[in-house]
Design a protein around this ligand. Structure first.
Ligand code: KIV
Length: 261
């Protein structure tokens, strides 16, 4: 059954939460009811659309993929990533999030940013849009920061991250994703807030974990972040299967008598 925000929040200090990304109905159906949340991440711009970063994902694309995921996973809490440039001010953030809520069955949106985005989180939550925050390494800063930079390496940055988490919690975020942060910093952030903190590349001392589906199932071969555990060698399985198909067609063993009308 689909989790409610209340039931998600009650898991804090009781059990670990699980989140996985999905971009289509086929995989969303396989993940349905197995995890607490499905995130339609703007990482789809890289693993689905083959782009070098998440920045060119559009609202229309996120709505299209969120619709597909909602069709596949009817019993899981679904979060839609707000893409780069769609929540730079309160009005745009609300108009664009309302489009997501009106045109899909998403249960929440996720936005990247800490204290500086707290007013946006507040505006959305005050207008009935549930918000997941995202702090630490924020992929939408890839170009402005010149790459993916691990956070929480020094005391000043740890203090900033803790304040980021506190400010977006106060603004109404019911859950916070913390990405690419040293484990001790992630632990301090987790202890500083009452809402669940979901880590990715942030160690084990958080309230739950999220992985990108194509990384954890071994389909994305362009690069492998250190924090990813591959639970399947998807790319080799698919390539071997396609090689077998081609061989079977070429040597006339497919289709067989049983595989025709
Ligand atoms: O876009 C995404 O898949 C994400 C995860 C990395 C948390 O934001």
């Amino acid at each position: 059954m689909k989790q409610s925000i209340g039931s998600i929040q009650k898991t804090k200090n009781n059990r670990k939460l699980t989140m996985i990304t999905a971009y289509d109905a086929l995989f969303a159906k396989l993940f349905d009811e197995k995890v607490d949340f499905i995130l339609v991440g703007d990482s789809l711009n890289m693993s689905f659309a083959g782009k070098p970063d998440t920045l060119s994902a559009t609202l229309e694309q996120m709505i299209y993929h969120t619709n597909a995921v909602c069709s596949g996973a009817k019993n899981t809490f679904i979060i839609c990533d707000m893409p780069f440039g769609t929540y730079t001010n309160e009005l745009d953030a609300l108009n664009n999030s309302v489009k997501v809520f009106q045109q899909t069955n998403a249960n929440a949106v996720k936005i990247e940013g800490g204290s500086s985005k707290a007013h946006i989180v507040k505006h959305l939550t005050q207008n009935s849009i549930a918000v997941v925050g995202h702090i630490g390494l924020m992929p939408q800063n890839f170009r402005s920061e010149g790459g993916y930079k691990v956070k929480g390496k020094d005391e000043a940055n740890i203090e900033t991250l803790i304040q980021d988490a506190k400010d977006i919690e106060k603004a109404g975020a019911f859950c916070i994703v913390v990405e690419g942060v040293k484990e001790d910093a992630a632990e301090l952030i987790t202890k500083a807030v009452d809402v669940p903190v979901i880590g990715i590349g942030a160690g084990i001392k958080v309230d739950g974990q999220v992985l990108v589906w194509s990384d954890m199932l071994g389909f994305f071969e362009d690069f492998k972040p250190k924090f990813v555990r591959e639970y399947l060698n998807g790319a080799s399985l698919v390539k071997d299967a396609v090689d077998s198909y081609v061989k079977d067609v070429e040597n006339l063993s497919f289709p067989s008598d049983k595989e025709k009308y």
